[in-house]
Design a protein around this ligand. Structure first.
Ligand code: AMP
Ligand code: MN
Ligand code: MN
Ligand code: MN
Length: 285
């Protein structure tokens, strides 16, 4: 049994492998009834997603995953149910697009210096509107520089590796405020994936809540049962609602398959009550 909800999905508008239309079909086939496309720092796939979803009888809310900074760490904030035409969201996207374009060249130069084919990989990204490290990682795999995507991060692109450059993403405060101004709810993405101590994680939750954050992802792709328990504790302690999202980039990868997630534990209020779906009905929709 799982919730018929998936509020964290990626398409070809960022670093997912499926077009928004193909993703809507995949999610619908997996039994999801209510979803949000949450591409990194872009809303460009939302219209196509909504059209495809409507044709299938799949309900959607607007979504985005905004890159954000907190004490030198990249923290991802999912925005849900906002007005995509609002100037606060448009400004948030424009700022990040500029940062992304600049950092890709810098990463490639660092890779070149460290002996990896950075410039060659970058050349393969020509025409990618919203480049991410995943795009570079895939290019490194295609060039034979690494065996697979995870290896591209552990060897070259991850934190502390030769191709990693810290990015000055907009602050948590600016991010949460932009989502709220556009009428949406801010959700802290995959809280267990950040390299933080238990105390730092609790501080982050409290700070996020004080800024106006509404929920955290209590259930997300690839989570172990004990991590779900820990995130339930984090949500309850901070007085935040819970969200559920696969963070699917590629449905052929089993850990992040949509429609296969654990149920949101009853102790946590589901963020989707905001769009008229009650806890009970979300499961049966
Ligand atoms: P960026 O937003 O450009 O920094 O890219 C971040 C994206 O890289 C994440 O959203 C993931 O999709 C991907 N990523 C980060 N670390 C890993 C990893 N260890 N293995 C595979 N993909 C990763
Ligand atoms: Mn990604
Ligand atoms: Mn993320
Ligand atoms: Mn994501």
């Amino acid at each position: 049994m799982n919730d018929a909800v998936d509020f964290h999905l990626h398409s070809t508008a960022s670093d997912g492998v499926l077009t928004p239309t193909a993703l809507a079909q995949c999610v619908h086939a997996a039994g999801v009834k209510l979803c949000a496309l949450t591409d990194h720092d872009t809303t460009s796939g939302l219209e196509e997603m909504a059209c495809a979803a409507t044709a299938l009888g799949l309900s959607t809310v607007t979504g985005i995953e905004l890159s954000s900074g907190w004490h030198g760490r990249d923290i991802h904030i999912v925005g849900l149910g906002f007005d995509p035409a609002h100037e606060a969201i448009e400004a948030a996207i424009t700022t990040r697009a500029t940062l992304r374009q600049a950092r890709m060249g810098a990463i490639a130069a660092r890779l070149d210096r460290a002996g990896a084919p950075g410039s060659e990989a970058l050349a393969r990204l020509d025409g990618v509107a919203n480049p991410t490290r995943t795009h570079l990682a895939r290019a490194l795999v295609d060039l034979g520089a690494v065996a697979n995507l995870p290896a591209a991060f552990t060897r070259w692109l991850g934190r502390g590796r030769p191709g990693h450059i810290p990015t000055e993403w907009p602050s948590l405060e600016a991010t949460v405020t932009a989502i709220a101004r556009a009428g949406g709810v801010a959700v802290l993405a995959h809280p267990m994936r950040y390299m933080l101590s238990a105390g730092q994680r609790r501080t982050l939750m409290k700070h996020f809540r004080d800024l106006g954050g509404g929920a955290i992802e209590v259930v997300t792709g690839g989570m172990a049962p004990h991590q779900i328990e820990t995130s339930v504790g984090l949500a309850l302690r901070a007085g935040l609602e819970g969200s559920v999202g696969s963070d699917c980039h590629d449905p052929s990868l089993p850990w992040h398959r949509p429609g296969r997630l654990a149920t949101l534990p009853k102790a946590v209020a589901p963020v989707w009550h905001r769009w008229g779906a009650t806890w009970a009905t979300a499961r049966e929709l």
